[in-house]
Write a new protein. Structure first.
Ligand SMILES: C[S@@+](CC[C@H](N)C(=O)[O-])C[C@H]1O[C@@H](n2cnc3c(N)ncnc32)[C@H](O)[C@@H]1O
Length: 465
């Protein structure tokens, strides 16, 4: 038996003690999957998931995910069944794909960001044997604890060592993290765990083990809070990293016990740019599209996922960060580049030009001159141009009669000029030959900036073929 296959944790009680202490649960109960779900948590709480939806969806999500029931509703309305192929061109952490798989519907996702892509691909992989995953992870945990022991630290928080040389990230990689997003000792413990995981990187459980770590990092190990922007809260000087990670592993294993029977329903995830779909997916093969693309609102997807992207090794240098940003839709001024030309796709769309001109006029009248503010008008045109390009590319893979649902939100982030995203997207789609079948109101949120309701809508389209 190799080191990576050793399967029993020698002292589970020692490992679970920190969790039991924090939650005031008996150790036996701390072992129960999900035992800590009802505790009040600040991190990730904004992104609430109905308890019945937690299997697989709860393995890792970000605050910008849409809820599984929305996907279910539209699959139902579109009469999807076991012969349907559903596509999500901006699949994020895989909500559409997971929901399809639960319902026995084949699905395909495209995602440009490596962390979300990794999450979606892992969340739709239900073939792993849960007992073996657990045993494997316990072996990894054992080796990490042995390393802690020889470092003179324990997983339980509170014992801050004075003489231990804590592991750190290389300077350039560390500079990519949001300041203070993880404290020194939890970082050290995480790097030890990652080393032990890397020693078993050939294991069939590696991806689930890494995703469990990503979830532990954003929910409890790091200092992040989400609401809806990512921010940094009070520093946690120490955290039971191994126990937290094993807790996530237990949740995944418990879910797999139920989900495994459906592992054969196909869900494939492709890392690509949805403005460039040529050759990726079989022509005329997609019946239904359910998706939520980025909105033109300054949200930076590379920032919301920065801690886990860096620690999982998906993002190590500034050059890699730039390359990831260039791959994404132009929906914020931090990823606009010289040579960007998506705006050509909406050259004849008067409403988008009217909005861009209004933003620019307001910028000038308010005397706003920062580099980002100067970019507001341009990014608005680039955003809708990118969506037009995407909708154009999509046509080749849609079956005639395909039904589409695009969830988008109104925005007023650019000097309070209202951008009715849903309405404009419907017009852009119409110009590309789609039929606009309706617009459902998903929810509204009050904008204190403009005093108006911002609508989050579902734009319903049909491809006539
Ligand atoms: C609103 S989020 C989707 C969330 C998703 N519905 C979920 O449940 O997690 C939009 C996603 O689009 C991705 N994205 C941005 N530009 C993209 C592009 N050009 N091609 C594919 N995906 C892109 C972002 O990385 C982000 O994950």
């Amino acid at each position: 038996m190799s080191g990576c296959e050793s399967d029993h944790l020698k002292n589970m009680t020692e490992l679970l003690l920190p969790l039991a202490q924090e939650t005031r649960l008996p150790v036996r109960d701390a072992l129960r999957p999900g035992a800590h779900r009802n505790r009040r948590r600040s991190n990730g709480d904004a992104n609430r998931l109905d308890p019945t939806d937690r299997p697989a969806h709860g393995w890792y999500r970000f605050v910008l995910s849409f809820p599984p029931h929305l996907v279910r509703d539209y699959l139902h309305r579109f009469d999807a069944d076991s012969k349907t192929v559903c596509f999500d061109p901006f699949c994020g952490t895989g909500t559409t794909l997971v929901e399809c798989k639960k319902l026995g519907i084949a699905s395909i996702g495209v995602e440009a960001h490596p962390m979300s892509f990794f999450a979606a691909a892992t969340k739709t992989d239900w073939a792993a044997d849960p007992e073996r995953l657990l045993a494997h992870a316990e072996g990894v945990a054992q080796r990490a604890l042995e390393q802690f022991n020889s470092d003179g630290i324990s997983d339980a928080p509170g014992n801050v060592p004075s003489r231990v040389r804590l592991r750190r990230l290389p300077a350039e990689t560390a500079s990519l993290l949001l300041d203070n997003s993880i404290s020194a000792l939890p970082l050290h413990k995480t790097l030890v765990l990652l080393e032990k995981l890397r020693e078993c990187s050939g294991s069939e459980y590696h991806r689930h083990e890494l995703l469990a770590l990503a979830q532990a990092l954003v929910s409890t190990v790091g200092n992040l809070h989400f609401g809806p922007e990512v921010g940094v809260g009070p520093p946690k000087m120490d955290v039971a990293v191994i126990a937290r990670w094993l807790e996530q592993i237990r949740t995944i294993a418990s879910d797999l016990r139920h989900l495994r029977s459906q592992w054969q329903t196909k869900a494939s995830v492709i890392r690509a740019d949805s403005r460039d779909l040529a050759g990726l997916i079989e022509p005329q093969s997609v019946d239904v599209v359910i998706t939520s693309p980025p909105y033109p609102n300054e949200k930076d997807y590379t920032r919301t996922t920065r801690l886990e992207s860096v620690l999982l090794g998906l993002l190590q240098t500034k050059q890699e960060l730039r390359a990831i940003k260039q791959f994404l839709m132009r929906s914020n001024t931090r990823n606009v580049y010289k040579g960007d030309d998506d705006h050509f796709w909406i050259a004849n769309h008067p409403e988008i030009h009217r909005i861009a001109d209004a933003i620019e006029r307001r910028r000038i009248s308010l005397g706003k001159t920062s580099g980002f503010e100067r970019m507001y008008a341009a990014v608005t045109k680039l955003y809708f141009g990118g969506m037009a390009k995407h909708l154009h590319q999509l046509k080749a893979i849609l079956r005639p009669g395909a039904k589409l649902a695009y969830v988008v939100g109104d925005q007023a982030s650019y000097l309070r000029v209202m951008i009715r995203t849903g309405q404009i997207l419907a017009d852009v789609a119409r110009a590309q030959g789609y039929e606009v079948r309706g617009m459902d109101l998903f929810r509204t949120r009050f904008s204190t900036a403009t005093g108006e309701q911002l609508r989050e809508e579902v734009v319903l389209l049909r491809w006539p073929g």
